[in-house]
Design a protein around this ligand. Sequence first.
Ligand SMILES: [Cu+2]
Length: 108
Amino acid sequence: MKSQHARSLVVVGVILALCLSTAYAQQGGKKEHTFRGKVEKVDAKAKTLTVNGENVEGWMAAMTMSYAVDKEEVINKVKAGDQITAKVYDGDFKTLHDVQVLPAKNKK
Ligand SMILES: [Cu+2]
């Protein structure tokens, strides 16, 4: 009966995997990624940050481009030269969410 037991384990595993992928798909493909980069410019008027971003696997290659932010106060908080992290989502390549400025000791 050993092989039958092993087979039922495989079946359970497949069912679990299917459930997980369904739950994942139901989030509307809004996968979250962690973005890291250095602020090159803050445009208070346009409320955008120009950031030299590191490669984000599955989201965007390393590049410098300007981003909108989810909260306006971030524009006043962030300065050129700051290292930041943010959350970014699949399908939205323009907005940085939950921007955090890294402590100055991490600056070069
Ligand atoms: Cu880009």
